[in-house]
Ligand binder design. Sequence first.
Ligand code: SAH
Ligand code: SF4
Ligand code: F3S
Length: 437
Amino acid sequence: MSDKFIYIKSYGCQMNVYDSNRIKDLFLNKGYEITNDVSKANLTVLNTCHIREKAVEKVYSDIGRIKKFKNDENQMKLVIAGCVAQAEGSEIKKRSPSVDFIVGPQSYHKLPDMIDSSESKINSEFLQNEKFKNLIFNSSKSSSEFLSIQEGCDKFCSFCVVPYTRGPEFSRSIESIISEAKMYVSRGVKELILLGQNVNAYHGLCKKGKSRDLAYLINKLSEMDGLKRIRYMTSHPLDMKDELINTHATNPKLMPFLHLPIQSGSDTILKKMNRKHSVDDYLRIVDKIRKVKPDIAMSSDFIVGFPGETDEDFENTMKFIEKVNFVIAYSFMYSPRPGTPAQNKDNIETAVKKARLSALQSLLTQQQIVYNKSFINKDVEVLFEKEGRNVNQYIGRTIYNQSTFINSKEQLINKILNVKIINSTNFALESQPYEKH
Ligand code: SAH
Ligand code: SF4
Ligand code: F3S
């Protein structure tokens, strides 16, 4: 039994989940145990997100809540990690003196030393290369594992903080990714989700010193027998090269799902957003990928109420969604972010933003419902990952990434099965026994 406990909370994207897993591993290695009870923690890490104002507000309200648990007995140290730490480290210190350490997304490998020496209170260096060489990959117990292969972004969309919080684009080497992947697969992991803020811009070096793309990496990883499924996210339309599109047709381990954010269906707005692609560019990608992989499930992100967005611009986004037909999509009201070019241009009333968001979300939900219903009475392959809320219930994902549940007396976690879909709710599928693979 250890006498040191770490509590860690992750906000924001999957890359933060990956980083939180690594922070856990760093401290498990130092003899800590994980606790879900913050009042027991000797070390609390909030791994934060800066993408929208609401995400940041949540962090400050959690700091207020958690600092009350600091006492003489637990001697709790409070760490703010992640993208808020990077973007407003010194402001956090001023606003919340109860915070002990601040560490950005590219320097958290230094956290154990920082805590030992109690010296540097803020570390916001961009040390991507050094970071990956100093991480530990221990905590995997799941069927599906996130694996960050690329960090940062050089695209500078005018609304987005990522280039400032995650730093410049960086690709890990093929070798270091393969060796991490092998570790997961040897522990029984069946699915890898390759992560990057611009994952399809991946251009890591191979052993020969040659730059390799995402398609190459996916094909290399799929040589591992135990690995059954590969996914990647998030992609940018500019980097959606033919090699990658074709890999969806040629590599059976690459799942038929593509998350490709467009943000708006209006060229005028895309220009103002500095997206560097048009609506037609996007539609051409959809055509190409549907030609080689007709059943590909498409997903996207949208921002409504970007500065200057007219009713007509918004209507174009709705028409675009109708044209493409998404199986799922994420949508947000524009939130002005400090340090970004669009920061001071916010000029769409909140009521208008809300109305647009609600119209857009109901269209997207409608598409999702129709898509999910089309699976009823069909067979589909599912990887079961965890127990459901009810006894003898298991939850997994289809090859198209739909959440699926099943009732089964047999333990199904980490099994890949063909199931029959018998029902669909708005956001999930219900399935029935299966044939074993
Ligand atoms: N790297 C990805 C997404 C990064 S952030 C890409 O290039 O698309 C995830 C999503 O948050 C974005 O796709 C966008 O839809 C949303 N987002 C980013 N900045 C935002 C802002 N200032 N206001 C509202 N939504 C935002
Ligand atoms: Fe942000 Fe644009 Fe980079 Fe995506 S491509 S992370 S939206 S700047
Ligand atoms: Fe948020 Fe940083 Fe991810 S701002 S979305 S946690 S890269």
